[in-house]
Design a protein around this ligand. Structure first.
Ligand SMILES: [Zn+2]
Length: 462
């Protein structure tokens, strides 16, 4: 098993950079612990910390400790200051083995491309410097400066739990990939969630998919599966003991335009694979996650039923991603609650209350919000209360009047809202997912229509 040393910079009597009461040592430690936890949860790896609490430690104590181990990699985590913004990484500017530079390159590039999809972060580049922890460590070593503590825009990100989790996760994933850490999968006797990136009736198509996935550095292979007498060539691209990790992989594959779905095994009730163009299975979809549908796909769908519906796609997409909530499914929830924004129930249109917040019984009108945008934000915040135990990101004011009434983290799946968001209710989550499923199908039909038009233009120009 490989060993990684994580070194949170500064500590104890040395705060590192400070700004407006924030201390670098605290941010370094917080990020380092998140990187450690993520790696330990997802990969087979030994993690050693130079410090895991707020204590003073000299640079030579750190590197002396590192050099007594047989560690494969040394990662020092810092935050920058002194005018600037963004992320940079450092290796020693003297002689280093080429593997050190290739680790820097992979970790840096993977981190930047992942973080930029969700947050505004400047890439300050891959740098070399004569830093003690890089020079004196005998294993490959990398020092990262996450963001600038004395830049107000960077500092806003550093106060946002979603960013902090993403920063640690993408760093951890870069490290895991560059060191080829084996994924943890398969608890003995437990369930295994396999990520299938395509299921084909022809083996050749499956082989092509494997090649495409390998080009994107996925460890993919074919697992033939006979269902109802028919052979399907499934392409597996990951297997996880934890469903959430499998869902993260599915989302990642979708961002790279691969269709993917999860097959749970070891449970005794195997579900057959959907054909490769079908929408993902709707059972047990998490509330946390990234929107699959884009704003215009949400808007176009709702207008097929109600041509004068307000266009809220942008807000659901934006605030969903801001809080790490499935904005596209939240939009389906709003559609379900308001009957395609025809407001045939208790809530009236000018309340901008799209999810029935506070409508606890007959004669109780529920909450009102100043604008449609604020109504969506409050809706997303209420979902965040149910789906997460994390502190509410501070980028926006708390508008949800019922946030503190929610038992935090009590519903991680849409079906988990049954009997909670809607009382009584045993099918509330399923109804939301049905609307979402119709939206998915509508988006797919639109794309196929678009594809035909494009193809006809191509044919015309031949
Ligand atoms: Zn520092």
């Amino acid at each position: 098993m490989k060993t990684i040393i994580i070194d949170p910079g500064h500590g104890g009597s040395d705060p590192g950079a400070t700004y407006k009461g924030n201390e670098e040592k605290t941010l370094n430690l917080l990020t380092a612990l998140k990187v450690r936890d993520y790696l330990k949860e997802h990969y087979q790896v030994t993690i050693l910390m130079t410090r895991s609490e707020n204590k003073t430690m000299s640079l030579s104590e750190r590197t002396n400790f590192a050099n007594t181990t047989n560690a494969d990699f040394y990662l020092s985590i810092h935050h920058n200051a002194g005018g600037g913004s963004g992320f940079e990484s450092y290796t020693f500017n003297g002689n280093v083995p080429s593997i050190t530079l290739s680790y820097q390159s992979m970790i840096h590039n993977d981190y930047i491309s992942a973080i930029k999809k969700k947050h505004t972060v400047i890439d300050r580049g891959k740098k070399r410097a004569n830093f003690h922890v890089l020079r004196e460590t005998k294993m490959p070593a990398l020092l990262v400066e996450i963001l600038f503590i004395d830049n107000d825009r960077d500092l806003a990100l550093l106060s946002n739990t979603v960013f902090m989790n993403d920063a640690a996760r993408f760093l951890a994933e870069g490290v895991a990939k560059s060191l080829s850490l084996p994924e943890k999968s398969g608890i003995p006797g437990g369930k295994l969630f396999k990520v299938i990136a395509g299921s084909f009736t022809g083996r050749k198509n499956a082989e092509e998919r494997v090649t495409e996935l390998k080009q994107k550095s996925y460890n993919a292979f074919i697992t033939p599966e006979v269902i109802s007498g028919k052979t399907y060539y499934r392409v597996q691209a990951g297997a996880f003991a934890d469903r959430e990790n499998a869902e993260n992989r599915v989302a990642e594959l979708k961002r790279k335009s691969f269709d993917a779905f999860i097959v749970a095994e070891g449970s005794g009730n195997e579900t057959p694979p959907p054909p490769t163009t079908a929408p993902p299975p709707l059972k047990d979809v998490t509330i946390l996650g990234e929107s699959l549908l884009k704003p215009h796909q949400l808007n176009e769908f709702v207008r097929t039923v109600n041509p004068s519906a307000p266009l809220l796609g942008d807000y659901y997409f934006k605030y969903g991603n801001e809080y790490g909530i499935r904005g596209d499914i939240a939009c389906a929830q709003a559609i379900h609650e308001t009957n395609y924004f025809r407001f045939t129930g208790q809530v009236k249109p000018d309340q901008n209350n799209f999810a029935g917040l506070g409508t606890t019984g007959p004669g109780v009108d529920g909450a009102s919000f100043k604008t449609p945008e604020e109504g969506v934000l409050a809706h997303i915040q209420h979902l965040f209360a149910y789906a997460s135990n994390e502190r509410l990101p501070e980028s926006y004011p708390l508008l949800d009047p019922r946030f503190s009434l929610v038992s935090r983290g009590s519903a991680r799946y849409w079906t988990g809202l049954n009997g909670k968001w809607a009382v009584p209710g045993t099918t509330y989550g399923q109804s939301i997912l049905n609307v979402y499923s119709r939206n998915l199908n509508h988006a797919l039909e639109e794309m196929e229509r678009q594809k035909k038009i494009i193809q006809s233009r191509i044919d015309l120009l031949k």
